[in-house]
Design a protein around this ligand. Structure first.
Ligand SMILES: Cc1cc2nc3c(=O)[nH]c(=O)nc-3n(C[C@H](O)[C@H](O)[C@H](O)COP(=O)(O)OP(=O)(O)OC[C@H]3O[C@@H](n4cnc5c(N)ncnc54)[C@H](O)[C@@H]3O)c2cc1C
Length: 318
């Protein structure tokens, strides 16, 4: 029996969320001695040790017509064929935008039961998943023969199993007539730490007053090597790109340190950040709800505090 893991990469670099899901697959596989097969698509730069270290036994490198650029439809077709060929019983994804878009299609194609957003290994076949914006958990068991599972990013530790996975090349040509949507353009944010992969995050809210003040957030973040994030209204007002919006309707992150500046701490914001290990809040209102969720709090004006923090961080860096 096999566990098949769909992995994502950036020019061959395996994403952190994919390493997590491979390690999860390995631990899921161990009691039943299952084989962990990682699938990578359109990857010309495979690092087999990277796959092996986090738990893959083998890697299938998929290539073929219409797999040269990301397409949910083409990738789903090629992946579904691979699942059938490999006779995999579990099919795992990270619960990223890409993972979400493919996993649901796969579940339909192979007639599998599906659980999205699991946060830990199952106990007696029962999977735990977050519900109601992390306010509750639901416990779900699948009765289907094949099971599609998506793992919440940052909920499982990447392990080092010290393995070296063997790589098999596979060609699946997807017919153009099967593809109904086409990606015309991909614009990537270059040179920044991706939010979902970041250990440190500096985040700003409406208390920053306007986009013209964001240089303070950016300077502080770059001094300490952090990614930048923001609250929903900030993205809605176009002060910052939507890719930085965290919370119930944005990205869910689990940083080692989340620094929230001028953010009130509404429940919808907390839903995306409250799993961070350490939370530090800077707010001029001592009654701001965010302080209740904080490990450290600074009550004061961000425009007085941030320059001091930047100066001190630079001193420490030097
Ligand atoms: C269905 C739904 C989904 C939502 N999803 C999200 C989501 O995903 N993410 C999200 O963030 N929100 C979300 N929201 C919105 C959420 O309810 C809040 O309205 C939003 O988080 C508030 O953003 P904010 O804290 O930046 O702004 P405000 O609530 O306006 O808070 C600004 C804070 O800055 C402080 N401040 C002001 N000036 C300063 C200063 N000079 N120095 C220091 N502090 C200062 C104020 O005391 C205040 O606490 C959602 C709402 C709904 C209804």
């Amino acid at each position: 029996m096999k566990i098949l893991v769909f992995t994502e990469h950036d020019n061959g670099n395996l994403k952190k969320s994919s390493k997590e899901v491979i390690s999860y697959a390995k631990d899921l596989a161990t009691p039943g001695n299952l084989h962990v097969v990682a699938v990578t698509i359109n990857n010309n730069n495979i690092n087999s040790a990277d796959f092996g270290n986090c738990g893959a036994d083998t890697v299938i490198s998929l290539k073929g017509d219409n797999l040269n650029t990301f397409s949910t439809e083409a990738y789903s077709i090629a992946l579904a064929q691979t699942i059938i060929d490999e006779n995999a019983s579990y099919i795992l994804f990270s619960n990223t935008y890409t993972g979400k878009s493919i996993s649901s299609r796969i579940a339909v194609k192979i007639k599998a039961g599906m659980i999205s957003g699991v946060v830990s290994l199952p106990e007696n076949g029962v999977f735990k998943r977050a519900a109601f914006s992390n306010k509750a958990y639901s416990f779900v068991k699948l009765n289907s023969e094949k099971k599609v599972i998506t793992l919440t990013p940052n909920s499982y530790e990447i392990k080092n199993f010290g393995g070296n996975a063997s790589v098999t090349e596979k060609t699946i040509n997807v017919d153009s007539t099967q593809i109904h949507t086409k990606t015309l353009n991909i614009s990537k944010v270059e040179g920044k730490i991706p939010l979902t992969e970041a250990e440190l995050v500096v985040s700003g809210g409406r208390g920053m007053k306007g986009p013209e003040n964001w240089h303070l957030i950016e300077e502080f973040a770059s001094t300490i090597g952090a990614a930048t994030a923001c609250s929903k209204p900030v993205a809605d007002m176009d002060w910052r790109p939507h890719a930085e919006h965290v919370g119930q309707t944005g990205l869910t992150i689990k940083a080692n340190l989340y620094i929230a500046i001028g953010i009130s701490g509404a429940i919808q914001h907390l839903a995306g950040v409250s799993s961070s290990k350490v939370i530090c809040v800077i707010n001029k209102d001592p009654e701001a709800p965010f302080f209740k969720a904080a490990d450290y709090g600074i009550v004061g004006d961000a425009f007085e505090i941030l320059p001091k923090l930047i100066e001190r961080a630079k001193q420490l860096k030097n």
